[in-house]
Design a protein around this ligand. Structure first.
Ligand SMILES: *Cc1c(COP(=O)(O)O)cnc(C)c1O
Length: 391
């Protein structure tokens, strides 16, 4: 039975795993080595081959197993795993954007993407960037230029949960002769499969849902072998952002429970979003699973569930938002998303992307990654924080 042809849940467990030849262990061992024994005749060897075990900056055994698992989960030909989500994103931009190339990007996206495409690549390398609202297909079409090489979207987007229509944007990219890359971190491969909808590359911060336990960082890009090979050669071997074998091993273990976790995250987040939306002190809630979400219909079309991240605002000033955050007893005030524990941050109006936010976000908002605790306990914690703030 081929381990890549079975159902998603089964792949999470078996893909990339195998029996260790030396010990008979039924789980891939952790190999913390920097180098591997060379062949007896190394004269014809490519020292920088990213698919051969030579030196751990080229690739490691644990990295290869994780790449096999993630490629199977997204039904892609190949995968490259790097040290962080940002190194995976930067790797895509570095590989496919040459001087004077044009890129179209979501105007609401992860902060490092915003800085890379809006500042560093244009200023240092003359890359042209159009930042648009990618929920609006007409805006994307209008932004296309003869030198458009890449359309990059993040859906659902961080932090506003904006949803972009992957299948429709893939058509625009194809017509423009450009690649479409999708940062699918908020959804994970379990809830959304961008390659099947026509995307060329799907990117994940493994730090979030895929690892799921808040104890290792990583990033991945999945797609056609010919594209992934270019990223491996240019952005991995020669920029050096590889993952530690230990982190690859931890993430490999985390993925096993991805479907169970995503179902629970999604169910609890829906309950919490509905609780918040009904609360008189809440100004707005952004969660793709709510009927009030502006792209709820697109989310329903392309996601099987709506994941665990939401954003909301209080009918109160910045100081009260901070007081609310510091009144929480169970939910942890900390960055990141997709951990087992619930995490919340307050993003104030001084955020550098603020002018791109929808109007309700402009006075500041709370981003909430709903964890795996009992929904009643999370809601009780929110309730006591409302009471303590007099809301
Ligand atoms: C966290 C995050 C990233 C960056 O990932 P790191 O592993 O922190 O480098 C990129 N995109 C999205 C949507 C994220 O949430």
């Amino acid at each position: 039975m081929e381990k890549t042809k079975v159902s998603f849940r089964t792949k999470c467990i078996h893909a990339g795993n195998g029996i260790d030849k030396e010990t008979g262990a039924i789980r891939r061992p952790l190999t913390m080595a920097n180098s591997y024994r060379l062949p007896e005749d190394a004269s014809a060897m490519n020292w920088s081959d990213p698919n051969q075990l030579v030196y751990t900056r080229n690739t490691s055994a644990n990295q290869i197993y994780l790449q096999q698992k993630l490629a199977a989960l997204e039904d892609g030909e190949d995968c490259v795993v790097l040290g962080t989500g940002v190194s995976a994103l930067a790797g895509v931009f570095f590989t496919f954007l040459e001087q004077h190339a044009h890129v179209i990007c979501s105007n609401v996206s992860y902060i490092a993407v915003y800085r890379l495409l809006n500042e560093y690549f244009p200023d240092k390398y003359g890359v042209e960037t159009s930042l648009v609202d990618t929920a609006d297909l007409e805006e994307i079409k209008k932004a296309v230029r003869p030198n458009t090489r890449l359309i990059h979207i993040e859906t659902p987007g961080n932090p506003t949960t904006r949803v972009s229509d992957i299948a429709e944007i893939a058509k625009i990219a194809k017509a423009a002769g450009a690649l479409l890359s999708v940062d699918s971190t908020f959804a994970s491969p379990y809830l959304q499969q961008p390659l099947a909808m026509g995307a060329d590359l799907v990117i994940h911060s493994l730090t979030k849902y895929i690892n799921g336990h808040g104890d290792a960082m990583g990033g991945a890009v999945i797609g056609r072998k010919e594209l992934i090979d270019q990223i491996k050669r240019q952005a991995m071997v020669n920029l050096g952002g590889v993952i530690s074998p230990f982190n690859a091993w931890l993430i490999m273990r985390g993925v096993v429970t991805l479907p169970l976790r995503m179902r629970q995250h999604s169910r609890t987040a829906q309950q919490v979003a509905e609780f918040l939306e009904a609360h008189p002190a809440v100004a707005f809630v952004a969660y793709p699973g709510l009927k009030s979400h502006p792209q709820h219909e697109i989310a329903k079309k392309q996601m099987s569930l709506f994941s665990g991240v939401l954003a909301f605002g209080l009918k109160a000033d910045a100081a009260t938002h901070n007081q609310f955050l510091n009144s929480l007893e169970l939910i942890v005030p900390a960055v990141s998303i997709g951990h087992d524990e619930s995490l919340m941050v307050y993003v104030g109006p001084d955020d550098e992307r603020n002018h791109f936010y929808p109007p309700e976000f402009k006075d500041g908002h709370l981003r909430f990654s709903v964890g795996l605790e009992e929904a009643e306990d999370i809601i009780a914690d929110l309730q006591q924080a409302f009471t303590r703030c007099g809301l």
